[in-house]
Ligand binder design. Sequence first.
Ligand SMILES: Nc1nc2c(ncn2[C@@H]2O[C@H](COP(=O)(O)OP(=O)(O)OP(=O)(O)O)[C@@H](O)[C@H]2O)c(=O)[nH]1
Ligand SMILES: [Mg+2]
Length: 467
Amino acid sequence: MFRTGETICAPATSGRGAIAIIRVSGPQSLAICENIFFPSDLKIRLGEQKGYSIVRGEIRWNDEIIDDVLVSVFRAPHSYTGENSVEISCHASRYIQQKILELLISNGAVPAQPGEFTQRAFINGKMDLSQAEAVADLVASESEMAHRIAINQMRGAFSNEINTLRADLLHFASLIELELDFGEEDVEFADRNRLTEIVERVLTVTEELASSFSLGNAVKDGVPVVIAGNPNTGKSTLLNRLLSEEKAIVSELPGTTRDAIEDTVVIGGIQFRFIDTAGLRETSDVIENLGIKKTHEKIGTASIVLLVGDINDGSAELSRLLAGVRKQIIGEGKMLIILVNKIDNDIYGNREEFKRNLILMHGEPLLFISAKTGEGIDGLKEQLRSNVDSLGLASESVIITNIRHYEALLQVTDSLRRVKSGLENNLQEDLIAIDIRQAIHYLGEITGEITTDEILENIFKNFCIGK
Ligand SMILES: Nc1nc2c(ncn2[C@@H]2O[C@H](COP(=O)(O)OP(=O)(O)OP(=O)(O)O)[C@@H](O)[C@H]2O)c(=O)[nH]1
Ligand SMILES: [Mg+2]
């Protein structure tokens, strides 16, 4: 799969815009472009240009002028891929881009595969694997927080952390293995307390990193927030209000929403995925029951549950529902926000009754809102944002968003736990050494120190063409 001899080309931009960029990388980049690009200044020869220079001219083929373009020249190793590269900035017409690609290909370039530019950057040592993966996350980032995590990872924060851990373990392994070499002589180079201390330290950090995954993943795809409650309490109205869009059908009939409806929106730099659900009630309607079953499933996968009640229904019903939902989410690190809706139409003056009678646990917030008029919605947004902060995003700590890293970290923690108990139980050095080597191996998989074609293929196939 990994070709390095060829010169590859692909559009690096997509969608509608005024300008597009065609990327070319590989040993023949300049030679191929010289065949189709004619500098406006006749004294200039593209193949003689220094790196980081830009030349203006025309793309031509057989006297036909295709476009007026700017060509940027990059010289190995000072390019994204580490190879000689050229970027052609042309007008964004699909016809022009297609034509330029055809010309490049007929002059010896080959179409790039998804992620092939970044793959070359990795192979040429411009970045390690987790940094390469962060490039795809950066391109896809839709919110301030997703962007921050991706750019930190791309700039090496995560890799540095992993490399430090790996260095600690390598040091540990060398001590243990030295003892093995002197096996017969029964010497102890490695102080057991010191070894235990190293392992415990590394274990704590890897456990923390692994546990940041569920949050990191949520931030990348949108923190899932389920809107649940009895029928007709205004859940769909709330969804529409939060999305500023008439996404879900609203009606005065209870049981309107049957299927879960979801969409994302960025609030305070964090992307949330709001999921409107079928109202919870006893019903003989088969389809509605399927919807209610789905509501329970969605509550199970949510990070935050918004439990919505109607102010005119009084607190008793909401209390009952609250107890059920709490049971469902207990111990799962999920958060509950209780919303009393329709305060614009508080017929009986029930607000105090809710405050008096609803029993709130673990600091569950109780907010009074009107999904219809928007009153209290800013407060809800602030609450959502601070809920996410309290999950650990506010800190500058490294957050894992990638399942591959997560799985590798789980392997590392498993191995290290075995090492720890091995040390505690005075296990033989050679057995401890095996687990240490395994932990080192899995840390190396994250950064690509150790890798297989299969791993690389899986990573880069998810990239877009031209990246
Ligand atoms: N006065 C007032 N009416 C509201 C408010 N929010 C929703 N409603 C009305 O309440 C009725 C039900 O609203 P929906 O948003 O469809 O309620 P739902 O919870 O999605 O209902 P189901 O999908 O049937 O479970 C509609 O007539 C809404 O216009 C509010 O804040 N104030
Ligand atoms: Mg609804």
